[in-house]
Design a protein. Structure first.
Lengths: 79, 79
DNA sequence: TGCCAATGTTAAACAAACTTAACATTGAGG
DNA sequence: CCTCAATGTTAAGTTTGTTTAACATTGGCA
């Protein structure tokens, strides 16, 4: 399961947005509340499209909402 | 098939990067050349993760490489 | 206390991204 | 002309994102 390389702050943004609920956000974005929950809990990362839409709801650039962790594999250059 | 809302300039960036080939980029990103081809031709948009990795190869912010088209559905807000 | 909205969680089904493998086309160079 | 590298394309298969539906937990409030 390798821990996903992408973090986000949608929960925080959601709360800063007039106590918007997961369902509200899902609604605004066009996905279900379960999808929002999964993203907040980092069970998986969204598609690029959904990511863009979430960012737009909050009126933020995508990279503010989603951060790519360099994934600096501790000493394991392989492949 | 609704025309995808996301455009990109990976082909241009690739060429500006020492004539990097699709296979080279796929390699650097960790996907196949077919995947790169599909993205360039907009047959589908990449996952957020792949998008981030491509952007990083070119040392560009994600939003420079991928642009979200407002998709202003002519008068049909429904659902 | 009892209700209700918000969130957590999960299984089954479906859709979209991605792989593998194969074959076709184009263009540069020998 | 022939070859080879780069790209196009497609079918079949796997994986991952997303939905639907169901039930559980928490906390606020009448």
């Amino acid at each position: 399961m390798a821990t996903l390389p992408i973090t986000n702050c949608v929960r925080e943004l959601r709360q800063q947005h007039g106590d918007m609920t997961q369902a509200d956000l899902g609604d605004a974005v066009g996905v279900t509340r379960q999808t929002i929950a999964a993203i907040e809990q980092r069970r998986y990362s969204p598609s690029l499209e959904v990511a863009f839409r979430i960012a737009r709801v909050f009126n933020q650039p995508l990279e503010v909402v989603f951060q790519f962790e360099s994934d600096a594999e501790t000493a394991g250059s392989h492949n």
